[in-house]
Write a protein that binds this ligand. Sequence first.
Ligand code: AMP
Length: 144
Amino acid sequence: MANYKKLLIAVDLSEDSPEVAERARGLAEGSGAELHLIHVIEPLSFAYGGDIPMDFSGIQDEIHQQATQQLAKFGETWKIPANRQYIVLGRPEVEIHEKAEEIGADLIVVGSHGRYGLALLMGSTANGVLHGASCDVLAVRVGS
Ligand code: AMP
């Protein structure tokens, strides 16, 4: 198996995230690969539509601040330095692809739930990341 040099770990900051980081760390150990961490914040306007006459900026700033703190804590736990932690605003799959290309990652590591039925039809972030990625993608089975 190829020795990966730069791993981008995508985390939703849920209770599943440590499992994803653990697997990435296992892969990086020994090979000396760099670990990078990304969390994407979806703008509230995506969920509620752009034409609602409401100013979300205060709430959005609050979410951003909290996510930054959570990611910093997570990065500290997994010994990933601050300059390799990224908080980005947008659609997770799009931003994860862009960041992977920007930093020259050779592996993206995401969590994947064993979905079925309607949830499977609706797709998942892991699925979205897999399609169109310009490097390898590892989907770690989480939440079993
Ligand atoms: P999902 O299938 O949407 O529940 O997400 C599965 C995996 O996609 C998570 O374990 C993360 O690896 C990744 N993911 C989901 N949402 C985000 C997000 N907002 N930012 C970064 N990664 C995410």
